[in-house]
Design a protein around this ligand. Structure first.
Ligand code: SF4
Length: 97
């Protein structure tokens, strides 16, 4: 249904017949780390995220996976190890014993 408060008129999965069902009854403003992200939109409470209602939580475990302004900097060495293949190798090694 369409939001009728923070981003009025925007389709939102958290808006139901009783209003916003997200924690606290509203989405929250962006986190400091969000600055520069293309997903920031201006709502009635200030700058909010168009992809996630609680931006601060998206940064708790590391970089927000929806962020458009921050890219993971993986080195070639990091990419050489395929965890799936490494797991299969380890499982194969165990069977041979
Ligand atoms: S996508 Fe992530 S970084 Fe961008 S505004 Fe939303 S929570 Fe912040």
């Amino acid at each position: 249904m369409k939001c009728q408060t923070v981003l009025a008129g925007t389709e939102c999965t958290f808006w139901g017949k009783q209003g916003c069902i997200f924690t606290g009854g509203s989405c929250q403003t962006i986190a400091e780390n969000c600055e520069g992200c293309e997903r920031i939109v201006t709502g009635s409470i200030g700058q909010v995220c168009s992809a996630y209602p609680a931006p601060v939580k998206k940064w708790i475990g590391g970089i927000c996976n929806f962020a458009s302004h921050v890219k993971l900097d993986l080195s070639v060495a990091d990419l050489k190890t395929n965890p799936l293949k490494a797991s299969k190798k380890a499982a194969g090694a165990k069977k041979k014993k």
